[in-house]
Design a protein around this ligand. Structure first.
Ligand code: FE2
Ligand code: FE2
Length: 460
């Protein structure tokens, strides 16, 4: 069983800490998933849900945005807009179709040259419904798949899958109507609307918006129950409390004894690594491949299985901070300008702050976040000196470098492993560690001796 500071860790605690990574992907203020989960749990208790239903509700709402990274690149591409601000502002629009269309047209390519804007708007006029279906379907399917990968119940996966269904049948992906929509999804959507409007405009606006969407987006019975709940004393003060995350973990839904065993930590690291990899088509599979390389390099430099397992998690999560960077930058098919580079570099600091708040991964936070540091002190985000960079970080760094060269990028095609070694060799002693470089050479040699045993590098 996993422990942090000698304390056993529950799955609810682990995943509520991870949910902050989903908030930044959605462009939502920090704690959105936790607050939505708390609202949903309050409603679940008020509705008298069984204990197992409350537990499923807890995870369905906490992880409702698990699939959110998978349509980010497409949003940038179709709307020529910043995916994070587009997603953030889109949640404040509706319920009328005319409001949604006005938003889409005002946001589409708003900073692009006139011709690009005209082309994008024309595309949306012709293909709008199909595009919107595709975007939501991708996100829902991906979120439900990851929930299953984490071995949550089908109720949790279905709750996530149907998040965007509307009571009147106008939602997606399946256009379900009324009680055909899973209860968990109906509660999740209401909780999401309430938190978004509360954060943006305060308590009165949140209640008003829930009631305004009652019968169109939201289940009227739930909207009434929420209205009664929200008018009770202390509801909004508790929601805004800085200790809400702790309070949430004391709720009956979070109290079940589902502990985060070592296998579960591996699964969560892999799941969130895949959330990162899904964000950009150009880094598809990157975290997983880097983790695989790190594991082999760690073995070659003499790490024991337990340490390799630990490092593998850090490698899977080394770029989790990219969830806080727009795809306009991640996928830009040209050189980044200085301001864009600044934003890109911030992903390493985001990795540090995301992992630091997760007790089971806290010791990995500085290791993973330092993967762009250099031995000559010219790296980022801290500009660490060589004696401040651990061997574990050096392993991640060289594997990250190797995969960046051997995978396709927006600005160039993948190169061969041998070409990559040639380029990396020029950085030995300045950016990368000599022991790690020698181990990498041995790894590539092993692969070339057994070419059919592994998929071609860069195509995994
Ligand atoms: Fe990185
Ligand atoms: Fe990376």
């Amino acid at each position: 069983m996993a422990k942090a500071g000698g304390k056993r860790i529950r799955r609810s605690e682990l995943l509520s800490a991870f949910s902050y990574a989903l908030d930044i992907t959605e462009g939502q203020p920090e704690g959105h998933s936790v607050r939505s989960c708390w609202i949903a749990c309050q409603l679940g208790e008020q509705l008298g849900l069984r204990r197992d239903e409350q537990r499923d509700l807890f995870y369905a709402v906490l992880l409702k945005d698990l699939g959110c990274s998978s349509n980010a690149a497409r949003i940038c591409n179709v709307y020529l807009a910043d995916d994070r601000s587009f997603k953030r502002d889109f949640k404040l629009v509706g319920p009328k179709l005319s409001d949604i269309l006005a938003f889409v047209f005002s946001q589409t390519a708003s900073r692009a040259p006139l011709m690009s804007r005209a082309k994008s708007i024309f595309n949306i006029l012709i293909n709008g419904p199909a595009i919107s279906q595709e975007l939501i379907q991708t996100r829902c399917e991906r979120g439900a798949d990851i929930a299953r990968q984490l071995r949550f119940s089908d109720a949790v996966a279905q709750g996530i899958y149907h998040l965007d269904e509307h009571w009147d049948g106008s939602g997606k992906p399946d256009g379900l109507v009324g009680e055909a929509i899973p209860l968990l999804s109906r509660i999740a959507l209401l909780a999401q609307v309430a938190d978004v409007f509360h954060t943006h405009d305060g308590p009165a606006a949140a209640t008003a918006e829930v009631m305004r969407r009652s019968g169109s987006w939201l289940d009227p019975r739930l909207a009434e129950a929420f209205s009664a709940l929200a008018s009770g004393s202390g509801f909004w003060a508790r929601l805004a409390s800085p200790t809400l995350a702790e309070e949430l973990l004391h709720s009956s839904a979070a109290q079940c004894q589902m502990l985060a065993e070592e296998d579960f930590l591996d699964d969560v690291a892999a799941a969130f690594g895949s959330v990162v990899d899904a964000k950009s088509p150009y880094t598809s599979g990157h975290s997983e491949r880097v983790a695989g390389y790190c594991d082999r390099i760690a073995a070659l430099v003499g790490y024991d299985p337990a340490r390799r397992r630990w490092l593998r998690r850090g490698a899977l999560l080394h770029d989790i901070g990219k969830l806080g960077v727009s795809n306009n930058i991640l996928d830009k098919p040209a050189k980044l300008d200085a301001a864009e580079w600044d934003l890109m570099r911030q992903h390493a600091s985001h990795t540090l702050s995301i992992l630091s708040r997760i007790s089971a991964f806290g010791d990995l936070a500085p290791i993973a976040a330092a993967h762009h540091e250099r031995l000559d002190g010219r790296g980022y985000p801290m500009g660490l000196a060589d004696n401040q960079i651990s061997l574990e970080t050096r392993i991640i760094t060289i594997c990250d470098f190797f995969d960046a060269l051997t995978a396709d990028r927006p600005y160039r095609r993948a190169m061969s492993a041998e070409q990559a070694l040639g380029i990396i060799s020029e950085s030995v002693g300045t950016a990368v560690d000599v022991t790690c470089y020698q181990a990498l050479c041995r790894m590539v040699e092993e692969d070339s001796e057994a070419p059919k045993a592994r998929p071609p590098v860069g195509l995994a």
